[in-house]
Design a protein around this ligand. Sequence first.
Ligand SMILES: Nc1nc2c(ncn2[C@@H]2O[C@H](COP(=O)(O)OP(=O)(O)OP(=O)(O)O)[C@@H](O)[C@H]2O)c(=O)[nH]1
Ligand SMILES: [Mg+2]
Length: 490
Amino acid sequence: MSAAGNTIRQRLRSLEDHLRKENPVLVASVQSYRKLDKIGRTLGLLDNEESYATHISWWPMISVLGTFSAGKSTFINHYLGEQLQPTGNQAVDDKFSVICFGSEQHAQALPGIALDADPRFPFYRISNELERVAQGEGRRVDAYLQLKTSASEQLRGRILIDSPGFDADSQRNATLRLTSHIIDLSDLVLVFFDARHPEPGAMRDTLTHLVGHTISRPDATKFMFILNQMDTTAHEDNPEEVVGAWQRALAQEGLSAGRFYCIYNPEVAVHIEDDALRRRYEVKRDHDLENIHRRIQGVSVERAYRITGALEKLAHHIEEKQIPKLAEYRARWRRLVLWGDAVLAIVVLGLAFLVTGWLGWREGWHLAVPGAVDDGGMRSLVTVVVSVLLAGWLHFRVRRLSSERVLARIAQQFAPGVERNRLSNAFNLNTRPWVSLFRYRPAGWNEGTRRRLHRVIAEANQHVQILNDIYTDPSGDTARATAPAGPDGH
Ligand SMILES: Nc1nc2c(ncn2[C@@H]2O[C@H](COP(=O)(O)OP(=O)(O)OP(=O)(O)O)[C@@H](O)[C@H]2O)c(=O)[nH]1
Ligand SMILES: [Mg+2]
């Protein structure tokens, strides 16, 4: 196995070590992913330094997004029970902090490259992605991301992401790309707003990005919209109006019903003099905070099912989408080669016919010359050898050119990205010189491979059953504790 192959093997081993401590149920899933990797490599869909396991997030991920100084970092510190993130009234965070569990008592901060190079994190090779949207930014991954560890028990089995205050107008492309990547991978997204400025009217684009774009997503239920710093509204004549204004601003973006929460941080809140009012605020805050925390706790369960589901989906995708596509490309290639060969054969035979005729005519003329030597046998042998070599060379040229035509078609059908690369690589495996033109199934695909693939699907189903055994509870207690919070009015 190559050095790159060894690296990926080591990485999967460290993923397993990590899961053994964090969530042992998932170790078996890594083994199934390994089996799928082997199948992918046999088919040429995956190269040696790749693993399907590095394309998904193994962590339950909760991201905290929102406007400047809304209290994102303060909320995270409160949840962790430690002052991990800096907070303050000016813009504090200028990069994304990926916060994960580390058993050492002292929190550590590592540069973004630590995330870029480690497949256990959902930012593996993110620098390539950044480079694609903004040239030169891939090398500056440290300017966008950092990794922090905390020994807080609340973090066991999950990753939290703290983000810089979101302002779509001044945001660079790379930051927008990272925000979308984080939203895509997150199991839960908390979107923070500031009750001191409940209608971020000046920030229309920000609202569109954080609210408008989220509504039509298939995973829209993973967003929770939070109005923070509610304590600052207590002195207002009509505090309800603050919440009303906020909800109207969100409604303008299309979000009219859903998951609205109003909270504030007990540690930094301004004191509310009026006892009755304070109690009312506290009751509402505790109720909403409990909902949010419960949802964060439930994310580990959602993640376990997501990983198993992704394994099964990948296996089905190979058999139902990629194999038929490869068979189609092979058939197309074969047709192009046979047509090319046929046209060439006609041209070459025609030429041979003409040359032979001409030689025959000269021969006749030569024989007429007294003293001419009869070397016809030798010449025929040379002619045959040269013709065979020429025909072989031409045939392989035709194969090459035809395969380039098919690769161009793949590029037409698929946007640049993982799927296009996988199909192109697998197709290349099918056109190597020693692969027969008359093999109808894609290279590497046979009864044995099909059986191995079905075994992976069966294993994925077994994993789901194991998860059900662990997480379902006929009495309903666990279900209640992990169910997504329903629409929460005020
Ligand atoms: N009164 C009050 N102040 C709060 C609350 N939450 C946070 N703050 C204060 O608001 C300021 C901003 O808080 P941060 O946690 O730094 O806000 P952030 O959203 O992380 O800010 P950036 O990272 O700069 O975008 C700090 O001074 C906090 O002490 C709250 O619930 N009530
Ligand atoms: Mg912050």
